[in-house]
Write a protein of this length. Sequence first.
Length: 288
Amino acid sequence: MKRLFFLFLFMPLMAFGQTVVKTCSDWNDGFSAAFDTIHSFSQTGQKDTMPLIRQYLDQWEQSGPDCADRYTSEFNYHYNRAFFSGITMSVRKPPYVDQAMTLSDSTGGIAGYVYQGYMLTDTLHFEQSVDWLERALIRYPERLDIWQGEIMAFLYADDLERMIAVFDRLLAYSTRHTGSWLYTKDEPLDNLDPQEADPVVQTVQDRMNTLLSNEFYAEAMQLTETALKYYPSSPVFLNDKAVIYYQQEDYEQALFWMQKASKAAPKDKLIKNNIKFLKKELKRRNKK
């Protein structure tokens, strides 16, 4: 899978005033190059160049082609104004953080966490960034990167309820989508190996792994139930539900849902091995 567009901004420097740009790809490349300049300035403490980016986007709107990447560029502009990226401290470790330093209080309890991450500092710009993606999805629902971008935006904002709501809409659309999924610059997604997951399924799995690795079990279950609403016979999502129960040491329910996954994919060796493992765990627990 290709990476999310708002995490893939920095390209070789290109002064966007030097070239007459006509295509959407030209405008998008100029925007990305301008953001590379901002990144360089932020590292050296030089002046804020955001007004130049705003000027460039306004020029694109007035004289350039209207396309999906203009919407994603507007998203990037507002998103980068909404968040502070760096060493952050909070009382609750957000779901996307894998590693964090734990702070203890006088009783030895957890008082907070310090981690490399994102802090939402401007809700107005954040909501504007989301609005650009919402407008884009009305016109370009086949652009999977836009769906993924909104999902990640809510993940970094630690707003999992809205993130799962986007998944609900994506999964609903996927049941009636018959063409190819597109990505940045309207490039078709690479043909997947027949053994690999559908790109939408993989999108769900990526965030499912994020939630499970950080023990957000309630949200992981909510995401799984949302996926099963549209794909009730999916062995992947049935397996996910079993894994959630297993990680909470509810082996009976884990086995029940793993067996359902096996019925949906009777030749899946991994699921069969999971069933054998769960049966051994249940037998061991019953002996105790």
